[in-house]
Design a protein around this ligand. Structure first.
Ligand code: FES
Length: 63
C-alpha cells in the first residue's frame, strides 16, 4: 500500500527504512532521497514508524 503518493513510498518501504535506523518521518524521506511535497502522508508515515518500532521492541524483549 502506498503511504506517500507524491513520492511513491509504500508501507513496506517505510518499514525497511525504520529497520535500517530511520526513526523520524524526515529520515524516512531522506532514506528514499526525497522530500515531502504535500505532506498529507506525514501522520500515516509516523503511524507506520511507531507500529514498526513497537513491533521491533516487542521482538527484542521476547528474545
Ligand atoms: S503524499 Fe507524501 S508528500 Fe504528498
Amino acid at each position: 500500500m502506498y503511504v506517500c503518493i507524491c513520492n511513491g513510498i509504500r508501507e513496506k518501504e517505510v518499514k525497511q527504512a525504520v529497520n535500517n535506523g530511520a526513526a523520524t518521518v524526515a529520515r524516512v524521506f531522506k532514506a528514499h532521497g526525497c522530500k515531502p511535497e504535500c505532506a498529507k502522508c506525514v501522520n500515516c508515515i509516523r503511524n507506520v514508524i511507531d507500529a514498526e518500532t513497537v513491533e521491533n521492541t516487542t521482538l527484542l524483549a521476547a528474545e
